[in-house]
Design a protein. Structure first.
Length: 137
């Protein structure tokens, strides 16, 4: 199966935007400058990363699910291929299709909330600077 080149032109920006939906803290309005709050949020997020914390809480989940989907798709494809006379080709097609569908699905359904330790670190950093975080969005 070939993908037309014109399809790739609109697909790439959509996939890139799907991965850019990270949340950040919301601060209780205390009469201070919003720019100062944004600077404090950025500084605290940088400090959390420097401390070795990662925003994402799904370490290894995508890779594990990809292998799992490939195995399931390969088994299903082998059964379908055996019915129609070529189990190996069916297994390869089933595995490839399942992996591709799973990766695209993960891009659109990924959890954009921060890891608990990262969130706690940033919230504490903001409180230490005199801000009052009330949640993340």
């Amino acid at each position: 199966m070939r993908i037309p080149k014109r399809s790739i032109g609109w697909l790439a920006p959509v996939l890139l935007l799907a991965g850019c939906a990270n949340q950040k803290p919301v601060l209780y309005a205390q009469g201070g400058s919003p720019a100062g709050g944004d600077q404090a949020i950025s500084a605290c997020m940088d400090q959390a990363r420097a401390a070795g914390l990662d925003y994402s809480k799904g370490h290894g989940q995508t890779a594990r699910k990809t292998v799992e989907r490939g195995a399931v798709g390969g088994a299903g494809g082998a059964v379908g291929g055996a019915i129609y006379g070529d189990a190996a080709r069916g297994a390869a097609a089933g595995a490839a299709g399942s992996v591709a569908a799973g990766l695209v699905s993960d891009m659109f359904h990924r959890d954009s909330s921060p890891a608990p330790a990262y969130r706690s670190y940033v919230d504490r950093c903001l409180r230490d600077r005199g801000y009052r975080p009330v949640g993340w969005q």
